[in-house]
Design a protein around this ligand. Structure first.
Ligand SMILES: [Zn+2]
Length: 67
């Protein structure tokens, strides 16, 4: 079964699936998963019933479950 863990690859934001231009210093790490500053700011500013917030929660769930 293929693993979705990417610990040995360049860190990719679990929300927007992109690598911050300055690598893992361009975001925050949560349980070795990266959330880029852009997404961090978006989630801080998003209301809790926003679709983006739902996507964020799904992304976090994926991160928690994969590793
Ligand atoms: Zn992002």
């Amino acid at each position: 079964m293929a693993s979705l863990c990417r610990d040995n690859a360049a860190l990719i934001c679990i929300i927007c699936k992109t690598t911050p231009f300055n690598g893992n210093s361009g975001g925050v790490l949560i349980k070795s998963k990266l959330i880029c500053f852009t997404c961090e700011m978006r989630i801080i500013l998003a209301p809790v019933d926003d679709q983006y917030y739902m996507d964020f929660k799904e992304g976090l769930k994926t991160a928690w479950n994969n590793c």
